[in-house]
Design a protein around this ligand. Structure first.
Ligand code: PLP
Length: 387
């Protein structure tokens, strides 16, 4: 099998061996339902509560403020719909143009159901104008919902400042922290955030498990009704994945202080900028996740780049998505004001703790080779590179 250089950790991550060690015995032997009263069920309930303690410790909140869901997308849908159900007369939502599709698709759907959505723009660095955010909030605003860390560029929104604005305007705030959770320190107690969404598979747990933080002072309406999670999320819990998520949260907390991922990302980015002409970073370089770099390479097409890199075993993402045969440039890069051409010439590399110095060295070799090859093949020949 060819060696994989996995630089797509914002898409998903490999399950940590310690997480698997927690999951496998639960799948094999610990199959009790956490709601059952006999000992097999009580053991399951205790594994569930241990995971809740671990996830809430990473979030810096109380254990009773965390519910488990099936994914980040479910958490986002739950938070937004719960906020809207609080006051049916409030029909306005503030969000941004660079959200994940989970938020965009729901807001588009709500717009068809009579809600008014304010889509806040970002500047060419991917940052928000906070005055504009403040003036977008109206008396009929039910909710402000936005990302903490952008999945494509890694650019961070200043959630503490945003929470202060939202507090003054007396509305609710939901933060999509799916990419930030476990990568940045977080203390939700008294942060002024009402809802926060997280997902297991971005932090070396399994796919199909998420968490939602619900501030204890907020009135909550469940999306899935049933008795589990104290009536806040019906459905028998995905115990093994939740227990694995708890372990992954504990491991993430232990790794939060490490600079390793940041050092690899910076070394890779510096190498690309200094050795590949026509390479630029998309997005603010300081307000950014430590693991992500989104780079454009003049004169290449990301689809071709992904094929060549895949042949060499390197996994990363394109700044565009292919749907039914047509290529759409990334809405995030477009919102930052980039041309279709630049968006299509962009690649996202996202590092994780299972990378190695060898991966970094190999990526530093492969990517410039791929760019040179594509430029050679391009009908126009090598592009004119601005100095
Ligand atoms: N929000 C962001 C910022 C994400 O990056 C993702 C996943 O890519 C999601 C939400 C959705 O999370 P999940 O895959 O757990 O539904």
């Amino acid at each position: 099998m060819k060696t994989i250089i996995y630089l797509d950790n914002n898409a998903t991550t490999q399950i940590a061996p310690e997480v698997l060690e927690v999951m496998v015995p639960l799948l094999r032997d610990g199959y009790g339902n956490p709601s059952s009263g006999y000992s097999l069920g009580r053991q399951a309930a205790s594994a569930l509560e241990q995971a809740r303690a671990q996830v809430s410790a990473l979030a810096g909140c109380r254990e009773d403020e965390i519910i488990f869901t099936s994914c980040g997308t479910e958490s986002i849908n739950t938070a937004i719909l719960s906020a809207l159900s609080l006051d049916p007369d409030k029909k306005h939502i503030v969000t941004t143009t660079v959200e994940h599709s989970a938020t965009i698709k729901l807001c588009e759907h709500l717009a068809q159901r009579g809600y008014e959505i304010t889509w806040l723009p970002v500047d060419s660095s991917g940052l928000l104008d906070l005055d504009r955010l403040a003036s977008a909030i109206r008396p009929d605003t039910a909710l402000v919902t936005l990302l903490w860390a952008n999945n494509e560029t890694g650019v961070l929104f200043p959630v503490n400042d945003i929470a202060e604005i939202v507090k003054q305007k007396k509305t609710l705030l939901h933060v999509d922290a799916v990419q930030a959770f476990g990568k940045l320190p977080l203390t939700l107690a008294d942060a002024g955030i009402h809802f926060l969404s997280a997902s297991g598979h971005k932090i070396h747990a399994a796919k199909g498990v998420g968490a939602l933080y619900i501030n204890r002072r907020v009135k909550f309406t469940p999306l899935l009704r049933g008795s589990q999670e104290k009536g806040r999320r019906g459905g028998t819990q995905n115990l093994a994945s939740i227990a694995g998520f708890g372990k992954a949260a504990k491991l993430a907390a232990e790794h939060l202080g490490s600079r390793q991922i940041l050092d690899w990302r910076n070394a890779f980015e510096d190498h690309m900028l200094s050795t590949v002409p026509g390479c630029s970073v998309n997005g603010d370089r300081t307000q950014r996740l430590p693991n992500t770099t989104n780079l454009s390479f003049d004169g290449i097409e990301s689809e071709g780049a992904l094929i060549l890199l895949d042949e060499s075993g390197l996994c990363c993402s394109a700044g565009s998505a292919c749907t039914s045969g047509s290529i759409h440039p990334s809405h995030v890069l477009k919102a930052m004001g980039f041309s279709n051409e630049r968006a299509r010439a962009s690649l996202r590399f996202s590092f994780g703790r299972y990378n190695s110095a060898g991966d970094l060295a190999r990526a530093c070799e492969l990517v410039p080779m791929m760019v040179a090859k594509l430029r050679e093949l391009s009908p126009a020949g090598s592009p004119v590179i601005a100095a």
